[in-house]
Design a binder for this molecule. Structure first.
Ligand code: NAP
Length: 311
C-alpha cells in the first residue's frame, strides 16, 4: 500500500470527476484529480444551466464548475494539469501514466467525458473555426443580425438554438428526422421562436465557402430528394458526443458507442477501476447524473480500499 502515490486518482475534471473528488476528500482519502486542460468539462461551454437543481435563476457553466472545484479543494482534493496516456492495472495498485511521470493509486476513477461528434461531410473540417462551430456559447455572439444554421435535434441543438436566437436574425434548424429527440420543453420554446425555420428530414451535404470562410450549406431533403442551398455566415453542429476512451486502448469493455460499461456502483470489470459521467454507458447524460455518478464512485472506491486493507 505504501507503494501508492495516492489512494485515489481521478482522471478528468468535469462535474463527475470534481464530485468524486469532493466525496473522496470528505472520506479523508488521499486523492488527486488529473485534468487535461481546464476543469469543468463540457460545462465550460454552457452559457446558462437551467436544469441543475438549486439554482432557480440558472447558473453559468464556468461559475458552477469553479464552485465545484473550490468545494472539492476545501476538502483536500489535489488538482493537477496533465494528460493521462494510459492506465496499467496491477495487483498492487493501478499505474496512471502521464506524459512525464507515472503515478500509482489503489483506486482509479475515470471521468474523461465525451467530445463533439462531426458530420463528416465535405467542407466541415475546412471551415471549422471559419464559420463552422461546435460551441454556440463560444461563437454565437459573432453572428449578431446574421443568418445561420444549427444542425441536430437533441437537447444540445435545441438549447443552443435558444441561445443563438439572442443574436441571429434567422436560424435554420436542420434535423434529419421529422421529430426532435430533445426535451419537449425545449422543443416548445424553439418552435415558438419567429426567427427559427425548421428543415425536417434534412441533412447537410456540404459546407461551402471561400478563403474568407463559410458562405452556404448544401442541404438535401431525404424524403423528397430535393436539394437547396442556404446562404449562411455560420453553422453550428450539435449532433451528439463521442466518449473519450481511445486512450484506454481496449483495456475495459465498452458498449457499441464506445462508452465504458459499469455496474450500478460505477465499478468496471477491473477491481479498483471505476468510471463516471459522460464517458460511462448510461441513459441520461446530465450534470445531475454526473454528480451522482461521482459521489457513488468515490464511496465505492472507499469501500474497495477498506476491503483491501482488511485482506
Ligand atoms: P443527442 O441527444 O445524442 O442528440 C443528437 C442529435 O443529433 C439527434 O437529434 C440526432 O438525430 C442528431 N444526429 C446524430 N448524428 C447525426 C448525423 N450524422 N447527422 C445528422 N444528425 C445527427 O446529443 P446531444 O443533444 O448533444 O445531447 C447529449 C447528451 O447531453 C444528452 O444526454 C442530452 O440530454 C444531454 N444534454 C442536455 C442538455 C439539457 O438538458 N439542457 C443540454 C445539452 C446536452 P436522431 O434524433 O435522428 O438520432
Amino acid at each position: 500500500m505504501s507503494a501508492w502515490d495516492y489512494e485515489v486518482i481521478i482522471i478528468g475534471g468535469g462535474p463527475a470527476g470534481l464530485t468524486a473528488g469532493l466525496y473522496a476528500g470528505r472520506a479523508r482519502l488521499q486523492a488527486l484529480l488529473v485534468e487535461k486542460l481546464i476543469h469543468g468539462g463540457q460545462m465550460m461551454t454552457t452559457d446558462l444551466i437551467e436544469n441543475y437543481s438549486g439554482f432557480p435563476e440558472g447558473i453559468s457553466g464556468p461559475e458552477l464548475s469553479d464552485r465545484m472545484r473550490q468545494q472539492a479543494e476545501r476538502f483536500g482534493l489535489e488538482i493537477v494539469t496533465g494528460e493521462v496516456k494510459a492506465l496499467e492495472p496491477g495487483d498492487g495498485g493501478h499505474a496512471v501514466v502521464l506524459e512525464d511521470r507515472t503515478l500509482k493509486a489503489g483506486a482509479v476513477i475515470i471521468a474523461t467525458g465525451a467530445r463533439y461528434r462531426r458530420l463528416g461531410v465535405p467542407g466541415e473540417e475546412t471551415f471549422t473555426g471559419k464559420g463552422v462551430s461546435f460551441c454556440a456559447t463560444c461563437d454565437g455572439a459573432l453572428y449578431r443580425d446574421q443568418e445561420i444554421a444549427m444542425i441536430g435535434g437533441g437537447d444540445s441543438a435545441l438549447s443552443e438554438t435558444l441561445f443563438l436566437a439572442r443574436f441571429a436574425k434567422k436560424i435554420h434548424l436542420i434535423h434529419r428526422r421529422d421529430e426532435f429527440r430533445g426535451a419537449k420543453y425545449l422543443q416548445e420554446r424553439v418552435l415558438g421562436l419567429d426567427q427559427v425555420q425548421v428543415h425536417w428530414n434534412t441533412v447537410v451535404e456540404e459546407f461551402q465557402g471561400d478563403d474568407l470562410g463559410l458562405q452556404a450549406l448544401r442541404i438535401k431533403n431525404v424524403k423528397s430528394g430535393g436539394i437547396a442551398v442556404l446562404p449562411v455566415a455560420g453553422a453550428f453542429v450539435a449532433i451528439g458526443i463521442s466518449p473519450n476512451t481511445e486512450w484506454l486502448k481496449g483495456l475495459l469493455p465498452l458498449d457499441r458507442g464506445g462508452f465504458i460499461l459499469t455496474d450500478e456502483n460505477m465499478a468496471t470489470q477491473i477491481p479498483g477501476i471505476f468510471a463516471v459521467g459522460d464517458v460511462r454507458a448510461k441513459k441520461l447524460r446530465q450534470i445531475a447524473t454526473a454528480v451522482g455518478d461521482g459521489a457513488t464512485a468515490a464511496i465505492s472506491a472507499e469501500h474497495y480500499l477498506q476491503d483491501l486493507k482488511q485482506k
